[in-house]
Design a protein around this ligand. Structure first.
Ligand code: F0G
Length: 361
């Protein structure tokens, strides 16, 4: 339970500073790599013309480069208290990298199941480096998750680490507390990419807990963003009907290439209860926002994480409101599609560089 007056007085690294809001006995030792406590950066040039007070919550600065570390720390801590041996997840890449790292830290085995094609090489490289067993399936994330869920049902050696594990959500809800603390207030809007729909549910839970404890007297509107070719949740929000799974989700943003988000009901609830919304962005819009963020803000995010920034012009937000976009993953994980000039220019000596640049500075 969140106790308003003492919530921000805790000590410990990252998310564990808010330990009183996490469901662990005091004797439990966290499995931590220093996750959470990421910067909230006010944007400048990128926001000019948008008329918004726009911030990026840079969760790419977590230990393995994505927001997944918040929930993974909590869920691996839980798995350790249960004496679990092998931890398993399906993933589009980031969950796999994160699970592999935290399992290594805890001295447990990690098994990750990914779509054989389309996972960013940096994320796979992380999973291998941290010592996970990596299985690739012919198919997409949704089929990988089905396979994992079946394995967990059939074989009790495996402990499930996808975001249906409630401890993942508990760790990820801390993002809301940090944003409140960094801004000294609740923003009017939170905008974030939606894949399996865990994070939107988690951050909404965090803000609701803040309000319930009396720390905050409002909650933000939760705005979910999906890529046009992988937008079953946006379709459900628009139609008001239950989510219709999409068989072949397609988008350049491989992290959110998901057709059957497992937490869709929770996401619909977060959007509905908060008075939020959901929109699609095209792959082109995603890549344009990714390049602009890098060049105008010095913020390098992966494609999925550029989606909320790409959506800002489509959300019809009132002028002057405070908006926090969640920059969910680090751009270093996937540099295969970085935009603009990619040509290394030949430098013979100092003169050739100066000559080549000429007056163009
Ligand atoms: N952004 C990034 C960078 C992600 O890796 C993910 C999900 C999301 C956004 C969407 O978050 O699933 O909670 O709605 N990646 C998962 C993975 C699916 O396996 O790494 P969500």
């Amino acid at each position: 339970m969140v106790d308003g007056p003492t919530l921000f007085g805790g000590s410990g690294p990252g998310i564990w500073r808010f330990r009183q809001a996490l469901p662990f006995a005091p004797s439990v030792e966290p499995v931590s790599l220093g996750e959470g406590g990421t910067p909230l950066v006010r944007t400048g040039r990128f926001a000019s013309g948008l008329g918004l007070d726009l911030y990026a919550k840079n969760d790419g600065q977590n230990p393995t480069g994505s927001f997944k570390d918040r929930g993974m720390s909590a869920a691996v801590t839980r798995a350790k208290t249960l004496g679990a041996k092998a931890l398993i997840c399906a993933s589009t890449g980031n969950t796999a990298a994160s699970l592999a790292a935290y399992a290594a830290k805890a001295g447990m085995d990690a098994v990750v199941v990914v779509p054989k094609a389309g996972v960013a090489s940096g994320k796979l490289g992380q999973a291998f480096s941290y010592g996970a067993r990596v299985f690739g399936i012919e198919g997409n994330f949704d089929q990988a998750l089905e396979t994992v869920l079946q394995l967990v049902r059939e074989d009790e050696r495996f402990y499930l680490m996808n975001s249906v594990n409630p401890f993942r959500i508990e760790g990820q809800k801390i993002t809301a507390f940090e944003i409140f603390e960094q801004l000294h207030r609740v923003p009017e809007y939170i905008v974030l990419p939606v894949g399996n729909a865990g994070n939107i549910s988690a951050i909404w839970k965090g803000f609701k807990e803040l309000r319930k404890s009396g720390v905050a007297d409002s909650v933000p509107r939760m705005m979910g963003v999906q890529a046009a070719g992988a937008a079953p949740l946006v379709a459900a929000v628009s139609s008001g009907n239950p989510l219709e799974p999409l068989k072949e989700p397609r988008t350049v943003a491989s992290a959110i290439r998901i057709g059957n988000p497992v937490s869709w009901k929770k996401a619909l609830n977060a959007i509905g209860e908060s008075g939020g919304g959901a929109v699609v962005v095209s792959d082109e819009e995603i890549m344009e926002a990714r390049n602009s963020l890098a060049r105008e803000e010095g913020l390098l995010v992966e494609a999925a994480s550029a989606a909320p920034f790409a959506a800002l012009t489509k959300l019809g937000l009132p002028q002057g409101v405070t908006v926090v976009c969640i920059a969910t993953g680090n751009g270093l994980k996937d540099l295969s599609d970085h935009g603009g000039e990619q040509r290394i220019e030949t430098a013979v000596d100092s003169h050739s560089i100066a000559k080549s640049i000429g007056g163009r500075l």
